[in-house]
Design a protein around this ligand. Structure first.
Ligand SMILES: CC(=O)N[C@H]1[C@@H](OP(=O)(O)OP(=O)(O)OC[C@H]2O[C@@H](n3ccc(=O)[nH]c3=O)[C@H](O)[C@@H]2O)O[C@H](CO)[C@@H](O)[C@@H]1O
Ligand SMILES: C=C(OP(=O)(O)O)C(=O)O
Length: 426
């Protein structure tokens, strides 16, 4: 099994190109199911999950063709064409490994009038139910059956009617599924208390480019007027705000100075505000964000929340960073019940963190010392890399397949700005 070895203590300085967003890519790719014409996505990151999603689409009858990057992008170009669907089933083996596979449910139902998708079950960061996905699809006219670990959804008469649904809590995935289902419905759909994440805006903009009719984009209420058919389009995946935020934490913890090229400050307000509050200098430039740590770091009190709040996907990275703040920080996780797996690993490196219920108190400044560590999810793994950058001696991070799901060319990007980091096999 591959591992990443970091020898800590180097200050990071220079430029890091920001990749296309994983969480946008994984909701844009299923849009290919909605049309028989080609959908071309630019700036698609080279990630295990993107490859896995391509593989799932192939199983449904979608052809995928990958080309090199457009000159203006870091990521690749992928053209997907679902001229004729050969299957409407997403099997357990794929859904289990890649939770985003649930996002084929809405588009398959919209295009083929039926979909059978394995229930994803729980995962390392907690119970991740899909009841809201199903309730929203029912409100749009779907009939849902659960049997043998699968969801079988059908649209009576082969086409969804459209309808109104108010999400009782904000759900990114359920909003995405409902939007993709509603675009081809017979009537108009209204989704209230919809998620407002920039990745949802990216999804809606891609659907607009394919001929969908959606208003209220970026707001809490989305109105979707169903159309008879969608056409192909070329669309550029938005920059990854979580990847950019992770490197911002890496800059801050090493007392460094990084320019995050291609980052969109507008999508990262809560992260940037927290960095500024911690005493980090943030400069917004036209097509980049510069993050420089100039003095001591102040402790923070942060609570995760749906967008525009502080992202749950940034909690672990901030926790590592705050081990170097001068005083006690309090982080509260409100989205997932079990997203603190990095805490015992950070403790093994010398961090002083106490978890009580949904909150964690991080006492700084602690000296971190390299150790053998591993994490069971993507952002937790990144928090160990960030800690390793400042730890004394050598940190070995194992189970790095989690990182390969979400960080494109991680070692290469960090080496280029001065980190002593390498991947070793075996
Ligand atoms: C609101 C939020 O921050 N969502 C995060 C969530 O999206 P993801 O789409 O995975 O999760 P949701 O946004 O759907 O979940 C938000 C909350 O709703 C609950 N829920 C969700 C669906 C459902 O059918 N029933 C239900 O009860 C979840 O348990 C959770 O407590 O994880 C992603 C990966 O870490 C993050 O990028 C998203 O920012
Ligand atoms: C947990 C994450 O992703 P996924 O929902 O794909 O597991 C994440 O992006 O932090």
């Amino acid at each position: 099994m591959d591992r990443i070895i970091i020898r800590g203590g180097n200050r990071l300085a220079g430029r890091i190109p920001v990749s296309g967003a994983k969480n946008a890519a994984l909701t844009l790719m299923p849009c290919a199911l909605l049309t028989d014409e080609p959908l071309t996505l630019r700036n698609l990151p080279r990630l295990a999950d993107v490859d896995g999603f391509g593989h799932l689409l192939n199983q449904l009858g979608v052809s995928t063709m990958v080309e090199g990057a457009h000159p203006a992008d870091f990521g690749r170009v992928m053209t997907m064409r679902a001229q004729r669907l050969t299957s409407t089933t997403a099997p357990y083996d794929i859904v289990r490994k890649m939770r985003a596979s649930i996002l084929v449910l809405g588009p398959l139902l919209a295009r083929a009038g039926e979909a059978t998708v394995s229930l994803p079950g729980g995962c390392a960061i907690g119970n991740r139910p899909i009841d809201l996905h199903l309730k929203a699809l029912e409100a749009l006219g779907a009939e849902i059956e659960l049997a043998a670990g699968y969801v079988k959804a059908t649209a009576p008469g082969g086409r969804l009617a459209g309808g109104r649904y108010t999400f009782p809590i904000v759900s990114v995935g359920a909003t995405e599924n409902a939007v993709m289902a509603a675009v081809l419905a017979k009537g108009t759909s209204i989704l209230d208390n919809a998620a407002r994440e920039p990745e949802i805006v990216d999804l809606c903009n891609c659907l607009l480019a394919m001929g969908a009719r959606i208003t209220g984009i970026g707001g809490e209420t989305l109105t979707i007027e169903g159309v008879d058919r969608l056409h192909g389009a070329t669309y550029r995946v938005m920059p990854d705000r979580i990847e950019a935020g992770s490197y911002a934490c890496a800059a801050a913890i090493t007392g460094g100075d990084l320019e995050l090229v291609g980052a969109s400050a507008g999508d990262m307000r809560a992260t940037l505000a927290a960095l500024v509050e911690a005493g980090v200098t943030v400069e917004e430039q036209r097509d980049s964000v510069r993050v420089a740590a100039t003095g001591g770091m102040r402790p923070l009190t942060l609570s995760t929340a749906p967008y525009p709040g502080f992202a749950t996907d940034m909690q672990a990275q901030f926790m590592s960073m705050l081990t170097q703040a001068d005083g006690a920080s309090v982080l509260t996780e409100t989205i997932f019940e079990n997203r603190y797996m990095h805490v015992p690993e950070l403790a093994r490196m010398g961090a002083d963190i106490q978890v009580a219920g949904r909150s964690a108190v991080v006492r700084g400044v602690t000296k971190l010392v390299g150790a053998q560590v591993m994490a069971t999810d993507l952002r937790a793994s990144m928090s160990l890399i960030i800690a390793g950058l400042v730890a004394e001696g050598e940190t070995t991070v194992s189970r790095i397949y989690h990182l390969d799901r979400g960080y494109e060319r991680l070692e290469e990007k960090l080496q280029a700005v001065g980190a002593d980091i390498e991947r070793v096999g075996g």
